[in-house]
Write a protein that binds this ligand. Structure first.
Ligand code: COA
Length: 254
């Protein structure tokens, strides 16, 4: 019987960076080893490989064929339940649903908040940092068009200064926060806390019982907010990159 491919093409990444990018998840040591053979045979320029952080031999099996660590994701999850009244931020309008006129100013917020962000794209010295940031902006704009999601907007003085995108359609029970950011000029004023409280309320209203979300391990600000809002660490993954030609510095940039 033929085994299913572990790697699949990532057209958005390929277009953005001008190289052939494949992505995949390796959950076991045999998968991690097989992924290496697939990577070489595929003709990919760049492979983005995820694996669980435990057991360690899975990550070591990716390193064995030349993958290098680019970030570590931590997931948080927690129960949500319908509340009698919406949180203050929703009731007062400090947080509200997205309208079309928000997309342009919030695209700028995404650009500013994710510029130099320490995710796996920015951590790879061969990938252009400006294109990596543009990827987050494009991701936000795509999220605004998702039929199975809700985009919440935080405001400062009536202006849109933060966003949180909530995916509702992936499972019957779970809602997932996909992408979120607050403008640097509005950070540290509780906007994100207000967005998370609103997300919990909206998820429960939509019949979901659990909210999950992820970020890079070092990114403490959102993790503090999640913990204060009853979410707990639930899972973790490494993200590795692998270049077919083995070069890792900018002199070999795409
Ligand atoms: C993460 C982010 C959304 C937080 O927005 P915010 O509106 O400033 O958050 P809040 O004001 O609700 O509070 C964040 C808390 O984290 C704290 N914090 C901020 N930066 C921190 C840091 N580098 N290390 C530790 N704590 C930090 C804040 O002080 C605050 O805690 P406090 O109430 O004890 O002061 C914002 O920093 C951001 O957009 N970052 C870039 C994009 C990003 O990381 N998105 C999330 C990816 S999942």
């Amino acid at each position: 019987m033929t085994e299913a491919a572990l790697l699949s093409p990532s057209s958005l990444d390929s277009k953005r960076f001008g190289v052939r990018v494949l992505r995949g998840l390796a959950s076991t040591v045999p998968d991690a080893t097989r992924m290496g053979r697939e990577a070489v045979a595929s003709g990919a320029d760049l492979v983005i490989a995820r694996c669980p952080t435990t057991p360690p031999p899975v990550a070591q099996a990716l390193e064995a064929w030349g993958c290098f660590l680019c970030d570590t994701l931590v997931y948080f999850a927690g129960a949500v339940s319908p509340a009698a009244a919406p949180p203050d931020a929703l009731a007062s309008g400090r947080v509200r649903r997205l309208v079309e006129a928000d997309v342009a100013p919030l695209s700028l917020v995404a650009e500013q908040a994710f510029s130099g962000f320490a995710g796996h794209y920015h951590a790879d010295a061969r990938l252009d940092g400006a294109r990596a940031t543009a990827g987050y902006v494009e991701w936000f704009q795509n999220q605004c068009r998702q039929a199975d999601g809700v985009v919440l907007v935080s405001t400062t003085g009536g202006e849109p200064t933060g966003f949180l995108t909530l995916k509702l359609g992936a499972s019957a029970d779970d809602a997932e926060i996909v992408l979120n950011a607050v403008s640097p000029k509005a950070q540290g004023q509780g906007s994100y806390d207000a967005l998370v409280k609103a997300a919990k309320h909206v998820a429960a209203q939509q019949g979901k019982t659990r909210l999950k979300v992820s970020t890079q391990l070092h990114n403490l600000a959102p993790q503090k907010v999640w913990a204060r809002n009853g979410l707990e660490p639930s899972d973790s993954f490494y993200t590795f990159h692998w270049w077919a030609d083995g070069a890792r510095d900018r002199s070999a940039k795409p």
